[in-house]
Design a protein around this ligand. Structure first.
Ligand code: GLU
Length: 295
């Protein structure tokens, strides 16, 4: 009989700012769930975006987690050290005919969307509120597209999402052990079309967030993904990529978000709620647990 895989959890911050109370909630939940399930707690450094990652922030992550009293497994994965893995995944998707090269810039898509909306034609947004990239770039002239391709202008590689769904011809679902923003829970049908043709790689990044986390979670044997509710809808794309790449599906738990007094989600730039600022003001790890409601 096959044995069940070891329950494996991860906390995967990006080293582009100091950890705040929201990160503390994610890290502590992952740590405590791993402990209560006799599993492993891994820390991953999600530094695929090298334009924003800073070594000082990475050092601060480990310092803060240590201060919180968490213990993690010694094997640390850094995305920047695994670009070959992402390239291989990309090549596999490309071999299936599911990758397209897109030369329109984000700005051009935004301009086209704004112009269309002004003319009364609605343009779809993704769950993060960004304009969906259209399947063709008809708002650019064919000459402009040809010139950019001929001159090797920076391009974005995108997943042909609808074609990918048709290629699989199976229903995609995932298990949600907590809840999504609208209370979605239990077995959730994944709808990747919400995202349009998502970015897989850019000229300045070997892999997008979506592609890298899917490859990493599989490489690390993650069985349970515990992360903020803001990433709930992204799971639809993650399930699609897992299915296309023959990777196992972890179980998901999207936890509540910690907000500031005005009800806004915390961001790395809100220094007042960074763990080190709170520590400097005299807070103890027990105070942090109390503040985030897990005492
Ligand atoms: N690195 C991502 C972040 O800091 C989290 C990745 C994930 O949990 O899927 O938001």
């Amino acid at each position: 009989m096959p044995t069940d895989p070891l329950p494996t959890y991860r906390f995967a911050p990006s080293p582009n700012g100091y950890l705040h109370l929201g990160h503390a909630l994610s890290a502590i939940l992952n740590h405590d769930l791993a402990a209560s399930n006799n599993g492993r707690f891994l820390v991953r450094i999600d530094d695929i975006d090298q334009t924003r990652a800073r070594p000082a922030f990475e050092d601060a992550i480990f310092e803060d987690l240590d201060w919180l009293g968490l213990q993690w497994a010694p094997d640390i994965r850094r995305q920047s050290e695994h670009t070959d893995d992402y390239r291989a995944a990309l090549a596999r998707l490309d071999a299936l005919g599911l990758v397209r090269r897109s030369v329109a810039t984000r700005r051009e898509i935004a301009e086209a969307a704004a112009a269309a909306e002004k003319a009364g034609t609605p343009w779809r947004r993704d769950p993060d509120g960004a304009w969906i990239a259209p399947p063709d770039e008809a708002f650019l002239t064919t000459d402009a597209i040809a010139t950019r391709i001929a001159t090797d202008a920076p391009a974005t590689l995108r997943l042909k999402t609808r074609k990918a769904i048709a290629h699989l011809a199976i229903d995609l679902a995932f298990v949600e052990e907590d809840a999504g923003p609208a209370g979605e829970t239990g077995l959730i049908e994944a709808d990747p079309t919400l995202w349009g043709d998502v970015v897989l790689a850019r000229s300045d990044a070997a892999a997008s967030y979506h592609l890298s986390v899917v490859v990493d979670d599989a490489a690390q044997g993650i069985t349970h993904v515990v992360r903020g509710r803001d990433l709930f809808y992204a799971t639809a794309i993650h399930r699609l990529l897992q299915a296309l790449l023959d990777l196992p599906a972890p179980r998901y738990r999207h936890h509540r978000l910690i907000t500031d007094e005005t009800g806004r989600k915390l961001s790395k730039s809100s220094q007042d709620t960074s763990l080190r600022e709170l520590r400097d003001q005299g807070a103890t790890p027990a105070d942090i647990r109390r503040k985030i409601g897990i005492g």
